[in-house]
Design a binder for this molecule. Structure first.
Ligand SMILES: Nc1ncnc2c1ncn2[C@@H]1O[C@H](COP(=O)(O)OP(=O)(O)O)[C@@H](O)[C@H]1O
Ligand SMILES: [Mg+2]
Length: 135
C-alpha cells in the first residue's frame, strides 16, 4: 500500500547568507497508513521544524513532502489551505486557540469555514465532545 506520508531528503536551513543554521539535514522516511510514530530528541534538535515542514506550515529549504502521493509544495495555496482544513490535525505545543472565541467555537471552526450546516455542526459536536467534556 502507498505510504500516507513520504518525506524525501528534507533540509531546513534558517538564517541569512552570512549566518546559516541547518536545523534539519537530509531526513527521509515513510509512514504507513495506521502507523503511529513519535519523534524524539533534545531541545533544539529540530522536532518542531520537522513537524512544521511535514504539516505545510513551513517550507523546507529543499526536499519533498508527499501526503497520499500528493506533493504538498507543488499545491496551490488555496488547495493547501483546504488540505489543512479538511485533512490535517495538528496540536500545537502552546495550543494556539483563539481566545476571543469559546472552546466549542474553536473546535467547530473548521466546519463553519467549510460551510457545514449549523444543525450538522451541532449534531457532530454533541456526539463527539459535549458528553465527554460536559461543555
Ligand atoms: N525561526 C527560526 N529562525 C532561526 N533558527 C531557528 C528558528 N526556529 C528554530 N530555529 C533553530 O533551529 C533549531 C531547531 O529548533 P526546533 O525545531 O524548534 O527544535 P526542537 O523543537 O527539537 O526543540 C534550534 O537550534 C533553533 O534555535
Ligand atoms: Mg519544539
Amino acid at each position: 500500500m502507498e505510504p500516507v506520508l513520504e518525506a524525501k531528503k528534507i533540509r531546513k536551513v534558517y538564517g541569512t547568507r552570512s549566518n546559516l543554521y541547518p536545523a534539519i539535514n537530509d531526513i527521509s522516511f515513510e509512514v504507513a497508513h495506521g502507523e503511529f510514530i513519535s519523534v524524539m530528541g533534545p531541545s533544539g534538535a529540530g522536532k518542531s521544524t520537522l513537524l512544521n515542514v511535514l504539516s505545510s506550515i513551513d517550507k523546507p529549504t529543499s526536499g519533498e513532502v508527499k501526503i497520499s502521493g500528493v506533493d504538498l509544495f507543488e499545491m496551490k495555496a488555496r488547495d493547501l489551505a483546504v488540505f489543512r482544513r479538511d485533512r490535517l490535525g495538528f496540536i500545537f505545543q502552546d495550543y494556539n486557540l483563539l481566545d476571543t472565541m469559546s472552546l466549542k467555537d474553536n473546535i467547530t471552526m473548521p466546519l463553519s469555514l467549510s460551510r457545514t450546516p449549523v444543525a450538522e455542526i451541532e449534531e457532530r459536536f454533541e456526539k463527539n465532545f459535549a458528553g465527554v467534556w460536559n461543555l
